[in-house]
Write a protein that binds this ligand. Structure first.
Ligand SMILES: [Zn+2]
Length: 270
């Protein structure tokens, strides 16, 4: 067996958690990440027949039966992941229509996966239907996106257009825009189902007065997606109270579509 802590996916997960903490997106035990793993690759690092514990998930997701995920633990601090990965992370395989999670590694000391596991797994189901290459769901609390939900209308088209106008590259990085949920109680199947529904049409879902969800092919891409939206929100929060005398126009956004071969979400540009 190869050394699990040296596996590329593990190294990347640990670095990403540290990087997110260093960006100030994951105070205390805030934020969570789930990374879908390749079952064949995983057998180079552990024996998938050895199940340490079985943990009920509280939801059903037959689409994910037999799939493997590396997931941050509930109540765990991102800042500590790099120092004690086996305490703060776990590898689970979903079984019995997704109702059971078989723990194969991690959560040592009796922990379990993030309380936002339903939102993560339901979002994976949604994104995999749109993009079979999707592997990552990431949640965090970036300050400017959060601040924006206090002062900007939550209408998805308006919210998206504002972000696109803040940095030239935004429409290129997230042409499908940003979907927005109103404030909801977190950690429930309800917010999980609502997030998954929003994930059908965009890779970014803002949780008002709470944070954001992002999805993507790999950790880098998903981190970059949230990073770009957060940068745009930061610029908005710097200028929102000032008279705006210049902006990125719809005509210019159309030019970006042509230049980068992307298509902005239908009906979002005039
Ligand atoms: Zn949160």
């Amino acid at each position: 067996m190869k050394e699990l802590l040296a596996a590329p996916f593990m190294v990347e997960m640990i670095r990403t958690a540290a990087n997110m903490y260093n960006h100030g997106w994951d105070e205390r035990n805030g934020g969570n990440i789930s990374l879908m793993l390749d079952g064949n690759e995983l057998t180079e690092y552990l024996d998938p027949e050895i199940i340490l514990r079985t943990i009920p998930t509280g939801f059903t997701a037959p689409e994910l039966d037999g799939k493997y995920f590396l997931v941050t633990g509930t109540g765990k601090y991102f800042k500590n992941v790099q120092y004690a990965p086996e305490v703060n992370l776990g590898i689970v395989r979903l079984a019995q229509q997704g109702q059971q999670a078989e723990l194969l590694w991690g959560y040592s000391g009796g922990g379990q996966f993030t309380s936002e596991f339903p939102a993560h797994m339901m979002s994976h189901v949604s994104r995999l239907k749109v993009d079979p290459e999707n592997h990552v769901v990431m949640h965090c609390h970036p300050a400017n996106l959060l601040a924006m939900t206090y002062v900007h209308p939550l209408d998805e088209r308006e919210f998206t257009r504002t972000l696109w106008q803040m940095c030239t590259e935004c429409v290129v990085v997230f042409p499908d825009g940003v979907n927005v949920l109103p404030w909801m109680l977190c950690g429930t199947n309800e917010i999980g189902e609502a997030t998954a529904e929003k994930m059908k049409t965009a890779r970014l879902v803002v949780w008002s007065q709470h944070g954001i969800y992002g999805a993507g092919k790999d950790l880098d891409e998903t981190f970059g997606l949230i990073e770009t939206a957060e940068k745009a929100a930061e610029i908005y929060m710097k200028i929102a109270h000032l008279p705006r005398i210049n902006t990125i126009t719809d005509k210019q956004l159309h030019l970006l579509e042509k230049r980068f071969g992307i298509k902005a979400r239908e009906g979002y540009l005039n």
